[in-house]
Design a protein around this ligand. Structure first.
Ligand SMILES: Cc1cc2nc3c(=O)[nH]c(=O)nc-3n(C[C@H](O)[C@H](O)[C@H](O)COP(=O)(O)O)c2cc1C
Length: 288
């Protein structure tokens, strides 16, 4: 992925941004779900870049996940159904198969989001879809390892100039343009003291805050203790682990961008969580 010192070149105007190089942080800040596309096909270079990213995306959480870039020959009448949610998609969809355990779901979120961000850096939109697609159509003709099931699909293509009415309504219904305030998600020492956004982990947690999640639920919470961040999740949705994988991807890529890598580990000693909130994992920063 893009780090400080290495670049991804976007030589044309991308998402109405006139930029030459979109860093991974800019991609996290500007990305949004795209549900209305301009029907333009992907070119060979885009297909190769995306396929390379699908193959190379890594996760620290293990588990079993298979991600594919799938071609649907729409001209030949093969129509991937998203029940009208997506308009004007290209022939290509990203699909993710995963086992149903916690590590696999974290990895599915973490790895798929790397591809989503790479697509955005290339000027391509995506939309995570977990519920509103016809499973049999997306599974047909594709091979994936035994024991995995289809969890996520996403169109990938160029955003249309205007959003469909359906897209505008669905963004408004789930409040896609609003994220919870930083101080309501992230804390210092315990769950009663809001963390300052100026703190050592402020930028990485801010990137987690901006991550996409199912129905914009933002289940991630964190408590910082010295050089350790303890992560928690609100245990309300079946998609919480995938959502947390996405949030942790944003957090970790930002740590790596800042060249302050660390490691994820389970920590038996962590601050007690309020009702409905469960401990997930901790991140220990390496000494600089
Ligand atoms: C795991 C996951 C599942 C999602 N499932 C759907 C879906 O089934 N249909 C849909 O229209 N959007 C879906 N979304 C998109 C979210 O509604 C969207 O990410 C959220 O509202 C935030 O908006 P943004 O992505 O534009 O920042 C999903 C997102 C995630 C992360």
């Amino acid at each position: 992925m893009t780090r400080r010192g290495s670049t991804t070149h976007c030589l044309v105007s991308v998402h109405n941004y006139n930029i030459m190089d979109m860093t991974i942080l800019e991609a996290m800040r500007s990305r949004r779900s795209v549900r209305t596309y301009n029907r333009a096909p992907l070119d060979q270079n885009q297909i190769e870049l995306l396929t390379g990213c699908v193959a190379s995306a890594q996760s620290p959480f293990g588990g079993r996940v298979a991600i594919r870039l799938r071609l649907f020959n729409v001209a030949a009448g093969y129509k991937p159904s998203t029940y009208g949610m997506i308009k004007g998609a290209s022939d290509y969809f990203l699909v993710a198969f995963a086992k149903g355990d916690r590590c696999s779901e974290l990895t599915a979120g973490y790895r798929f989001e790397q591809v989503v961000l790479k697509a955005w850096q290339m000027g391509l939109g995506t939309c995570w879809i977990a519920a509103t697609f016809k499973q049999t159509v997306f599974e047909e003709g594709v091979r994936w390892p035994d024991g995995l099931s289809l969890q996520i699909v996403s169109p990938v293509g160029v955003a249309a100039k205007e959003r469909s009415l359906f897209e505008r309504v669905s963004r408004s219904v789930v409040g896609s343009d609003r994220r919870k305030p930083f101080g309501k998600l992230f804390f210092e020492s315990d769950f009663s003291t809001p963390l300052s956004s100026e703190s050592r982990f402020g930028e990485s947690l801010e990137m987690m805050r901006l991550a996409p999640s199912s129905t914009n639920s933002q289940p991630w919470r964190a408590v910082v203790e010295g050089d350790t961040v303890h992560f928690y999740y609100v245990d309300k949705s079946k998609l919480a682990m995938i959502d947390c994988g996405i949030g942790l991807c944003h957090f970790h890529l930002t740590e790596q961008y800042r060249q302050s890598d660390g490691r994820f580990e389970e920590c038996a000693q962590h601050p007690a969580a309020p009702k409905g909130v469960k401990y997930l994992i901790s991140y220990k920063a390496n000494a600089v």
